[in-house]
Design a protein around this ligand. Structure first.
Ligand SMILES: Nc1nc2c(ncn2[C@@H]2O[C@H](COP(=O)(O)OP(=O)(O)OP(=O)(O)O)[C@@H](O)[C@H]2O)c(=O)[nH]1
Length: 599
């Protein structure tokens, strides 16, 4: 047991790439938490895909022992938090488990949109915040300017900001001292009934569900029987320990401590993040303020290219869902695509990560349908339907009106690209709310419809600003608008996977762009193919793909049978990545490409 006054619990908040993981690595290494030979870069980013993309997805934790300059031994618990906007919710819950934050800002870049989003979460959680200016080894470092910017934009004192190079190790000792001297110790009562916060949980194939806990009051020990207050379930603790960062068993976890338990829990779904854990007998009567569960906001269909792989896809999705309670799925049948799943994600990055993992780890080629948000459809009889899939849109004659989700988007961008950013937001039906300057950078706040953002907004933003803009958003609520369902017909057959909800005023433009794209993406066939976009029964755009007599063997006059065979095989292989709709083959990439809008 560590005395409360010698514990410091903290997280690191930063914009992507400002060096959070590198700093965490350095703190771990300089305190000999991990032997040098076991040290690998970005130790806390354990998933392969995280390492590859350089983004932190799951929050991770490490306990560090540190002997401070005052001669005393401290226990420092670091909870690593993800930096990307899709995972803002994970940031918020891990923040509640600690008392302070290191605010890492790249001294060559300055404050970015996610710096703001994350630091506001830290402020919300009443954290003591220590600013850290990183990458001071680089010639482009501008510590004074960035410190000033932190004061201007965030409004916290940055005069004592620690200057660090997580890469070379400069300032690491100062950082450890600041954690001990500036961050508050946790508070708690060892003799009170057990009260612990369920911070996170994930599935481990050997141990089952592992639960990350922060003890507030009381003590947890192996074999204790504990109760999860949200659903009243009772579990016996099989294993209790801390992360260093590998698991290490301990006898108990007391107030202020962060560690893990396992308790023969089968599914991540049985553990609610933010839940209060107490003892079965003489437990606390007062639960912690529960957090809301993460709600998926972006939905799309995932279908196997090869329909015989449906069962494999089911297996893959169920395995992934075991470990990710924020990812939802249900079976879906599409006239065009056959059996698949309608899946819900926290955002586009989350969608991409899951899709990549299915394709890569389970080796299943997927067709991903257009991402969609949840619309509220108000029927004439007063009923409200949540629409997750444009294909399920009820007949318009029964519909009174529709509402769509809106977001507040914050974009930070260098001055010279401001015009392009404003145009992009305007094109996406945005309403400007605020425009301020911090040095040579503008901060724009827009109210935007989420459905205009889920598809390719982020890509467009990056391309018009050459990668210099940063972006963050939060949902604000629902608003009525003039929305309609646009269907796509290929050779007079509706392709439900391509149908989408659009604003009435933009339907014609979107429809035209869509049919033109499809005309390029669908290979010519032996017959003429009309491609149409329609609203209700009314065609709003049309293209025709002319017929082609494609005899690939025509060139091989005479008897070269092997060459003929080869060409036919090649043609067959090309077909494999396509799906048949009526008589027409549509290539897999058409489903995504047709929806990308070039302004
Ligand atoms: N020159 C220099 N480069 C650094 C320093 N700290 C980090 N970097 C580099 O900056 C890049 C981003 O660092 P990460 O630690 O991955 O950034 P992060 O904030 O953890 O990023 P996410 O995990 O994606 O949120 C890497 O290429 C690091 O090597 C530093 O002090 N100096």
């Amino acid at each position: 047991m560590t005395d409360l006054s010698h514990i410091r619990n903290f997280s690191i908040v930063a914009h992507i790439d400002h060096g959070k993981s590198t700093l965490a690595d350095r703190l771990i290494q300089s305190t000999n938490t991990v032997a040098d030979r076991d040290m690998k870069a970005q130790l806390l980013d354990s998933m392969d895909i995280e390492r590859e993309r350089g983004i932190t997805i799951k929050a991770n934790t490490v306990r560090i022992d540190y002997k401070a300059d005052n001669g005393e031994d401290y226990v420092l618990n670091l909870i690593d938090t993800p930096g990307h906007v899709d995972f803002a919710y994970e940031v918020s819950r891990s923040m509640r488990a600690v008392e302070g934050s290191l605010l890492v800002v790249d001294s060559t870049q300055g404050v970015e949109a996610q710096t703001l989003a994350n630091v506001y979460q830290a402020i919300d959680a009443d954290h003591e915040i220590v600013p850290v200016l990183n990458k001071i080894d680089l010639p482009a470092a501008e510590c004074d300017r960035v410190a000033e910017q932190i004061e201007d934009v965030i409004g916290i004192d940055a005069s004592g900001a620690i200057q660090v190079s997580a890469k070379t190790g400069i300032g690491i000792k100062d950082t450890l001292e600041a954690i001990v001297n500036l961050l508050p110790a946790p508070q708690g009562d060892r003799d009170a009934p057990l009260k612990a916060m369920l911070v996170d949980s994930w599935y481990d194939s050997y141990l089952g569900v592992i639960v990350l806990v922060r003890v507030i009051d009381g003590v947890m020990k192996k074999n204790d029987r504990v109760k999860f207050m949200s659903n009243g379930t009772i579990h016996g603790i099989d294993k209790i320990g801390v992360f260093r960062p590998q698991m290490q068993d301990v006898d108990e976890l007391g107030p202020g401590e962060i560690g893990f338990i396992t308790a023969s829990i089968k599914q991540v779904r049985d553990t609610r993040v933010g839940d209060t854990i107490t003892s079965e007998r003489k437990g606390t009567g007062v639960a912690l303020d529960g957090f809301k569960p993460a709600q998926p906001v972006v939905f799309c269909g995932l279908f196997p290219v090869d329909s015989s792989e449906f069962e494999d896809l089911r297996d893959a999705i169920e395995k992934l869902a075991l470990n990710d309670a924020s990812f939802s799925h249900e079976m879906e049948t599409s006239a065009a695509l056959g059996f698949g799943f309608r899946c819900g994600f926290l955002g586009l990055l989350h969608l991409e990560v899951i899709r990549d993992r299915i394709e890569r780890e389970y080796d299943i080629d997927l067709i991903t349908t257009a991402p969609s948000v949840i619309y509220h459809v108000y029927m004439r009889d007063g009923e409200m339907i949540e629409l997750h899939n444009p294909a399920d849109m009820p007949d318009m004659t029964h519909v009174d009106h529709l509402e769509e989700p809106r977001i507040k988007a914050t974009i930070l961008v260098p001055d010279e690209y401001l015009g392009d950013v404003l145009k992009l937001c305007q094109d996406r039906r945005g309403v400007q709310q605020d425009l301020t300057y911090a040095g040579s950078r503008a901060m724009v706040v827009y109210d935007l419809p989420l459905n205009e953002v889920v598809f390719d907004f982020y890509d467009r933003l990056k391309s018009v600003t050459k990668g210099y803009a940063s972006f963050d958003y939060q949902m604000t609520g629902y608003q009525q608008d003039n929305l309609v369902k646009m269907s796509v017909l290929v050779n007079d057959e509706p392709v439900d996977a391509l149908s989408m909800m659009v604003h009435r005023d933009r339907a014609e433009m979107r429809g035209r762009a869509m049919v033109e794209k499809l005309k390029d993406l669908i290979p010519r066939h032996m017959f003429k193919i009309p491609i149409q976009a329609a609203i209700g029964g009314k065609v709003i755009a049309r293209e025709t793909l002319s017929a082609l007599r494609k005899d690939v063997t025509a060139k091989c006059y005479g008897g070269d049978a092997t060459r003929k065979r080869k060409l036919l095989d090649k043609q067959k292989a090309g077909k494999k990545k396509m799906r048949q709709f009526g008589k027409v083959d549509i290539p897999q990439e058409a489903f995504i490409s047709a929806l990308k809008m070039d302004s």
